[in-house]
Design a protein. Structure first.
Length: 271
């Protein structure tokens, strides 16, 4: 068991870098600061925070360490900046933000800090959910409460399915998921034949949901899988465009048969 007091009480460590960032943000929001920064609110900053998260994702996917470092810095700035806005409104400050996450990490890891015995990662995750439920008991009455409505659809489906899987409410192993997928595909085919777009959309959503479950069963990140396919399509089509460009041809005016042949060529070259 790790001693919380020994490891985490104030020990006078140098925090110059963090203090420097906080002081810069304080100046930007101050009386003689930047007019643009001074007029920002929680609402106006939402889109910028989201952009930074996606830029970090891209840097991680590209394996660009320098970019990862920079994007982490941008996110740190947003934490400090939003905390400064909150402090001005007398809601909370950066100190309370850091204390809250520190307390949460300690409370959510009793197997590290309190000597609780656990049996593997699954046990740790179940315990984590139980602790979250206790913390949010006034806000979250039902099991799936607390999954953010604003999450992208794939991420939201992953959250839902991970929680349901922890209590055994899913389609068992990958074979069971594939059987369910085949069932949903047949239901979708029925709506296609009927040309019923309203019900087709519902069945299409069910197919997506089951595919995401299959990805999770196989230990695969469905969002990463789709991003990889998107990237592959872009790179192959870029290969096609460059080949045609050398011949002085416009891709939009090229026969489909030629495009298909070049696509297969790109595929053969493992692009």
């Amino acid at each position: 068991m790790v001693s919380v007091k020994k490891q985490f009480e104030k020990n006078g460590r140098n925090m110059q870098e963090f203090d420097r960032l906080k002081e810069i943000v304080d100046v930007l929001r101050g009386e003689k600061g930047c007019d643009w920064d001074k007029k920002q609110t929680f609402s106006s900053m939402k889109k910028y925070v989201l952009e930074e998260v996606y830029e970090l994702f891209e840097a991680v996917e590209d394996g660009n360490i320098s970019e990862i470092e920079e994007e982490l810095g941008d996110l740190a700035m947003h934490v400090v900046f939003l905390s400064r806005i909150a402090e001005e409104e007398k809601w909370f400050n950066i100190g309370s933000v850091l204390n809250k996450i520190s307390d949460k990490l300690i409370e959510r890891h009793p197997h590290v800090f309190q000597g609780l015995e656990v049996d593997g990662v699954d046990d740790i995750l179940k315990n984590w959910e139980e602790l979250k439920k206790k913390e949010k008991k006034e806000e979250r009455k039902y099991y799936l409460d607390g999954i953010p409505r604003t999450l992208p659809s794939i991420a939201q489906a992953v959250k839902i399915q991970e929680k349901l899987s922890r209590i055994g409410f899913d389609w068992g192993d990958s074979t069971g998921v594939i059987e369910k997928l085949e069932e949903e595909l047949e239901e979708m085919r029925v709506e296609i034949r009927k040309n019923d777009l309203v019900h087709f959309e519902k069945e299409l959503g069910d197919v997506f949901f089951v595919l995401i479950n299959l990805a999770l069963k196989m230990g695969c990140d469905p969002d990463a899988a789709l991003r990889s396919s998107n990237k592959k399509v872009v790179e192959r089509f870029l290969y096609i465009e460059k080949k045609l460009e050398k011949e002085g041809r416009d891709v939009s005016k090229t026969e489909i048969s030629v495009l298909e042949n070049l696509w297969q060529e790109a595929k053969k070259n493992e692009i």
